[in-house]
Design a protein around this ligand. Structure first.
Ligand code: SAJ
Length: 410
């Protein structure tokens, strides 16, 4: 059995390596030739705990090969980006080009799994598109020329990908019963979690629902944090107290919601049912407004100081990772750099060795060590609750204005 994984990003590559680690022959496909060459050389393109060892091992044993050309395979796992356009509708171009790569390699009997998070109905559209490219094949079960489809959304948490790839329960939603069964057999080879069988559209909606649930709960916490500021109440203490109730479990407020999933996926539900998705939409807007609220708070303090120095602690999108994608903390520092009339910003980010290019070009921003930055700062702005920040000596913060968006030093 051979498996082809299309799209070797943050999800596709660990998935490919993980499947290969079970002794299955995996070919990974990506449009980026440099990236492909690096993978074949066993080089790890991004940090993820325990991932490097697995990648080096499976590439070394010849179980995982990367290429730019889609090969013939028994099963295809599509893990390409699924961004949205300005109306929050899916931009299907990556899924379509994956389908175009697969189309002429098919001979009938293959399974195509869509793993990318997608709006309800996308797996069906992918199937229809492939059949339009290959009208000699059919979506009907049980024919020699049948093609099978399923949606098996990934649910791994960045930072815990290698653990969760193995142990998470998986939803397996086929377009037809046989498609569901084939996908179940494939995922049973590498998942120890429960395999939950459903149809494709329900699996698509379930994945969006999980991330929307989290987004709505974070929005609730963020709204509380703004209300508490107004009322002079410590929101962290408030949430801790309320969470002692046996049926209350409020998430944590912060500088906003980032990453590639939680800030994106709810919009697919809003686009699919704009009139009905009221709470989901409000939550998105509340979380998107939080960085602006933090910026206003910092500027109000900074304007009272001549040539203020601000130490910004953290620019990653969440704690203990180096991922800056869609990071509200990074966006806050970028906007502060543009709006600050005088003074400067010292960024402390233990997980990166240089600032991203847009920030590096700002004359009033530089990367600095934690103690140095805090010592020289008038305002200490906590944007990420990295474990390394927790042990900072509180004595250093005396005389400083502290704006702590994560309740790190409460
Ligand atoms: N955040 C808060 N407060 C919280 C929890 C998170 O402000 O109490 C913020 C984080 O700082 C970050 C953002 O939310 O900016 C998202 O972080 P996250 O840890 O909640 O989630 P992701 O984006 O890393 O991964 C999510 C996970 N989904 C759920 O937990 C329901 C993961 O399991 C999914 O696989 C992933 O999205 C995905 O790919 O969809």
């Amino acid at each position: 059995q051979s498996v082809c994984v299309i799209g070797l990003g943050y999800i596709g590559l660990p998935t490919a390596a993980f499947v290969a680690s079970k002794g299955i022959n995996v070919i990974g496909v990506d449009v980026n030739e440099k990236f492909v060459n690096r993978i074949n050389a066993g080089e790890v393109p991004f940090f993820e705990p325990d991932f490097a060892e697995t990648l080096v091992d499976v590439v070394g044993r010849g179980l995982l090969t990367a290429t730019t050309e889609t090969p013939a395979a028994d099963a295809y796992i599509v893990a390409v980006p699924t961004p949205f356009n300005d109306k929050h509708e899916l931009d299907p171009s990556y899924i379509k080009s994956a389908a175009e790569g697969i189309a002429d390699k098919l001979s009938g009997g293959e399974l195509v799994v869509l793993e990318s998070t997608s709006p309800p109905g996308t797996t069906e559209k992918l199937a229809d598109y492939l059949i339009s490219l290959r009208p000699d094949l059919t979506l009907e079960d049980g024919q020699p020329n049948s093609l099978y489809f399923a949606h098996c959304p990934e649910r791994v948490l960045p930072g815990r990908i290698m653990v969760e790839l193995a142990s998470n329960d998986r939803m397996i939603g086929g377009l037809t019963p046989h498609g569901t069964e084939m996908a179940r057999e494939l995922y049973a080879t590498f998942c120890t979690g429960e395999l939950l069988l459903t149809d494709a559209k329900t699996a698509e909606m379930a994945k969006l629902t999980e991330n929307s649930f989290r987004d709505v709960n974070i929005a609730f916490a963020n709204e509380l944090s703004v209300i508490c500021d107004k009322l002079g109440i410590d929101v962290w203490e408030l949430i801790e107290l309320a969470n002692h109730h046996p049926r209350v479990n409020i998430l944590q407020p912060g500088p906003g919601v980032g990453g590639h999933c939680i800030a994106v996926d709810p919009w697919f539900i809003v686009a699919a049912a704009p009139e009905e998705a009221k709470i989901i939409k409000a939550a998105r807007n509340i979380n998107d407004a939080k960085p602006g609220y933090v910026i206003d708070k910092v500027l109000a303090k900074a304007y009272r100081i001549k040539n203020p120095t601000i130490a910004a602690l953290g620019i990653a999108f969440k704690p203990d990772i180096d991922d800056l994608r869609e990071s509200p903390s990074l966006a806050i520092v970028e906007r502060l750099a543009g709006e600050l009339e005088e003074g400067d910003i010292r960024v402390v980010e233990p997980h990166v060795s240089e600032l991203p290019s847009r920030l590096a070009q700002s004359s009033n921003v530089r990367l600095q060590g934690t103690l140095e930055a805090i010592n020289e700062a008038d305002i200490v702005l906590v944007l990420v609750d990295h474990t390394k920040f927790k042990s900072i000596d509180r004595a250093l913060l005396e005389e400083k204005i502290v704006i702590d968006t994560k309740g790190l030093w409460r």
